[in-house]
Design a protein around this ligand. Structure first.
Ligand SMILES: Cc1cc2nc3c(=O)[nH]c(=O)nc-3n(C[C@H](O)[C@H](O)[C@H](O)COP(=O)(O)OP(=O)(O)OC[C@H]3O[C@@H](n4cnc5c(N)ncnc54)[C@H](O)[C@@H]3O)c2cc1C
Length: 823
């Protein structure tokens, strides 16, 4: 740690980066690379003195999230190009092996081979013997198969940080070590609150933007502006062995054996060996405190915890027997910033100008290059270059303000790090937390609950399962955690009526003198059409990419309710607040999710069930599709909204939460004679798939426009809105790709997402989402394909190593003229 700090603290800088680990230096490097030179990086101690200096330095690229894979691929490109420069980071492209020591893991590896193919990453499936040829120290006992990724590697984390710092400095960034941030000042109230100054122990810096790259200290830094970054420092351990083999000309590939919870990489003539213990140990975090890392914890490690490492050591010797006799040169126990879902915390926050790039969950070295690139663009352009929703710090809702909840979720994630994630897998920590007023009814009627954003939601009622429907069970992984109850619930919605509890839907109220102006500016569709109007619309970024996909109800001349997916409350509210700030709109934006229960009643019998409960005329003239009426249902005041997410006649019924249990019971009782069935989210998903309804985060994302996604009908180019110019230009030039619907040849083969899709042997896209449409009787998948691929074209979907034939089919497959919803 010989970094020479410039001791002159500037009083002014456009951007201040806090933290001189691999994250902060990469962000600073990429800000400068993008042309922004007015950047100061401060660290309270020396560069690399947080988690970075004690990292194991493995760089793996392939992840389940294609965006993260692309970011890691960029890291590899960057590290190998820096290796050619004056301050090489110690990059070694040694390749990596991942072993399957169980049949299930072998299936997972085949699935990952599909992800690699759809990401354009070279990866081969190899036998146990071939793995041993590449890594001679390993035993092949119990190895079912393996995969080899030749472009993975390892890097020296400190050298990488100094290399990035040198590059940043050469481009004009000032780096000041020994400079501790004590406070961050903001000005303005509510959504106009913005960063203006960073206060350090060396003086103040007036600034426009701050990027919190504080690693495990990021929560403490964010608290200075009352922003919650849910990060828990977790102890992570590895050992470095004495020499175990003769000097090699070619480096050993790194080796991961997830079934045994261990990883290895070469270190001189010995090995680095570490793993993820099942009995984890958070550092300083507790149920009542989340940012108590000591003020002098820099350049320091924790005391080795040999007891906790016993399982890892024993497993390590199963796979690499020689390690049992190898001496231990160093035992590292270092804290690292983990998050509740094992993904990074990146991007803007509700305080204007305050950004985060932290919580790297023991893959920050692999990710740093890509993280720096995307965060720099986000900070400079206001939008990231790709879909970063899974890493967006705004994905965490209010519940993560709680230290105990954050801790429970993070610990669960750490301890199951190497577990296979089967589809429909549900987590258990911190549950139940948020429940609908009808929760007790669901539990008493055989509900199987899933969890999203802390909400307990019905996946399916096991009580609806009938033996006949077993014939629909998908093959392989998709058939695990699957219930035949989904088929019965799906059928009921199509043939009679089904009642769904959607109380978790996020509801955001936009109110104020400028509400209509703001909503028209952010939405591609016309939404200010008068009280009672309901509009399906997207909110776009300047490139025309879909940032939010929502239904907007106008509830008064100056008020709108935006309804969006359960997980998107924070994200969409934050997008609205940012646009309100930028357009100086006089509005208040409030998340009212918990104030309203919401039930969806859909199916051909929906009108018959409802009409005896309400004074409201439900006929098409009095109450057309896409409109809202305030009325009563039974004894309950209800906002009745005629929309559907399943493609049937019906309504969403919103009522104040305290009436929810009563309203549910009333609907249930009235529905009995009409064949009403209670349904869960699994049925909603299969219903929406065959009706061709898109989901944000799967089909829709900031990288694709409504024209590409098949939502051109929402775009009203005749008005002015954010993203309009980009869409007008795209309409003129035509789209290069479009969202296509595939029908698989075999209805029992189900795509779970991210599977490669190929035409004539060439991979052209990856599945966004898939599932069975039980009414149309097909396995359906969506994928972006070049427009040249026409309906009727034959393609193949790579499912667990098998190429399944599929036909590109005009969508929607169900009720293409939407006659049912307007019935
Ligand atoms: C044992 C171990 C093994 C690992 N192995 C791997 C691996 O093999 N591959 C991989 O990809 N990743 C690995 N990681 C993870 C990786 O090391 C981290 O993700 C990464 O180093 C985090 O970098 P960072 O910049 O976010 O944080 P840090 O390196 O912790 O940097 C944060 C900096 O912020 C500074 N700071 C904090 N508060 C203030 C303040 N108030 N004012 C000014 N400065 C402040 C700190 O001094 C510190 O230097 C491992 C981690 C551990 C612990």
């Amino acid at each position: 740690m010989t970094e020479q700090a410039s001791r002159t603290l500037p009083s002014l800088a456009r951007i201040v980066v806090v933290g001189g680990g691999v994250g902060g230096t990469s962000v600073a490097y990429h800000l400068a690379l993008s042309g922004e030179r007015d950047v100061v990086l401060v660290d309270r101690s020396e560069l690399t003195s947080g988690s970075t200096f004690h990292s194991a330095g493995l760089v793996g690229q392939l992840r389940s999230d294609p965006t993260l894979t692309a970011m890691n691929r960029y890291s590899v490109e960057l590290y190998s190009s820096l290796q050619q420069g004056d301050t090489p980071p110690g990059w070694v492209q040694c390749g990596s092996i991942r072993l399957a020591s169980t049949q299930e893991r072998w299936e997972e590896i085949q699935r990952q081979a599909g992800w690699a193919a759809s990401s354009g990453l070279e990866m081969s499936l190899i036998s146990a013997a071939e793995a041993q040829e590449l890594f001679p120290l390993m035993s092949t006992d119990g190895v079912v198969g393996a995969c080899f990724l030749p472009t993975d590697g390892q890097v020296d984390p400190s050298s990488l940080t100094y290399s990035l710092a040198a590059g940043a400095r050469a481009m004009g960034v000032q780096i000041l070590t020994g400079t501790r941030v004590l406070g961050i000042d903001t000005e303005g109230e509510g959504l106009r609150r913005r960063v203006v100054r960073v206060r350090t122990d060396q003086g103040d810096i007036e600034c426009e933007k701050v990027v919190d790259c504080g690693g495990m200290f990021a929560a403490e830094i964010a608290r200075m502006v009352d922003v919650r970054v849910p990060i828990v420092p977790m102890s992570h351990q590895y050992v470095v062995t004495e020499a175990m083999f003769e000097h090699r000309e070619t480096p050993l590939p790194s080796l991961r054996d997830p079934d045994n919870l261990v990883y290895y990489r070469q270190e001189v003539d010995g090995l680095v060996m570490g793993g993820y213990e099942r009995n984890s140990e958070p550092f300083t975090a507790s149920a009542s405190s989340y940012d108590a890392v000591p003020a002098d914890f820099n350049g320091r490690l924790l005391v080795p915890d040999h007891d906790r490492f016993v399982e890892i050591s024993e497993n390590a010797a199963i796979r690499v027997p020689a390690i049992a006799d190898a001496g231990i040169r160093t035992f590292i126990n270092g804290p690292e910033a983990f998050t509740p879902d094992n993904e990074f915390c990146l991007g803007p926050t509700d305080v204007a100008g305050f950004y985060v790039a932290a919580g790297f969950c023991a893959h920050g070295i692999a990710g740093a290059g890509g993280i720096g690139k995307v965060v720099a663009e986000w900070v400079l352009e206001g939008a990231p270059p790709m879909d970063l929703w899974h890493m967006d710090v705004r994905r965490f809702g209010q519940s993560y303000r709680s230290p105990s909840y954050t801790l429970a979720r993070t610990v669960e994630n750490y301890e199951t790090y190497y577990d296979i994630r089967y589809p429909a897998h549900e987590r258990s920590a911190g549950r139940p937390l948020r429940v609908s007023p009808a929760y007790a009814w669901h539990a008493a009627h055989g509900a199987s609950f899933g969890e999203k954003s802390g909400w307990e939601r019905v996946n399916v009622y096991e009580s609806n399962a009938t033996a006949d429907d077993e014939s629909w069970r998908p093959r392989g992984w998709a058939g695990r955690n699957w219930s035949p109850g989904v088929v019965a619930e799906h059928r009921a919605a199509r043939e009679a009526a089904a009642l769904f509890d959607e109380s978790s839907f996020a509801k955001i109220e936009v109110r104020g003198p400028d509400a209509a102006r703001l909503m028209e500016w952010v939405c591609d569709n016309v939404v200010a059409r008068g009280t009672g109007s309901v509009t399906y619309t997207q909110m776009l970024n300047a490139r025309g990419g879909v940032e939010c996909d929502v239904t907007v109800t106008q509830t008064a001349s100056d008020a709108f309710v935006v309804v969006t997916g359960t997980a998107f409350a924070n994200h969409d509210a934050s997008w609205l607040r940012t646009q309100a700030r930028e357009t100086d709109a006089d509005v208040t934006i409030t998340d009212v999710t918990g104030a309203w229960a919401c039930f969806g009643l859909w199916g051909p019998n929906a009108r018959a069930i409802l009409e005896r409960l309400t004074p409201q005329d439900l006929g098409n003239d009095a109450f057309p599709f896409m409109s809202m009426r305030e009325t009563t249902v039974g004894d309950v005041p209800v906002r009745l909204v005629r929309v559907t997410f399943v493609g049937e006649l019906g309504w969403e019924l919103y009522c104040p939460t305290e009436y929810g249990a009563g309203l549910w019971r009333t609907l249930w009782a009235a529905g009995e004679e009409h064949g009403l069935v209670a349904g869960g989210y699994r049925a909603i998903d299969s219903l929406r798939l065959e009706k061709g309804y898109r989901v944000w985060g799967a089909e829709l994302d900031p990288a694709h426009t409504p024209y590409e996604s098949g939502l051109g009908f929402c775009v009203k180019l005749e008005k002015d809105f954010l993203g309009r110019d980009a869409l007008a230009a795209q309409k003129e030039s035509g789209v290069a790709q479009r969202l296509a619907c595939l029908v698989l040849d075999d209805a029992a083969q189900v795509a779970l997402g991210n599977e490669p899709v190929r035409l004539d042997g060439a991979v052209l896209g990856r599945v966004t989402s898939g599932g069975i449409g039980f009414h149309v009787g097909s396995s359906i998948a969506f994928v972006y394909l070049p427009v040249a691929v026409q309906d009727g074209a034959r393609v193949e979907v790579g499912i667990f190593g098998e190429w399944v034939g599929a036909t590109v089919t005009k969508d929607p497959l169900y009720d293409p003229r939407s006659e049912r919803v307007r019935a």
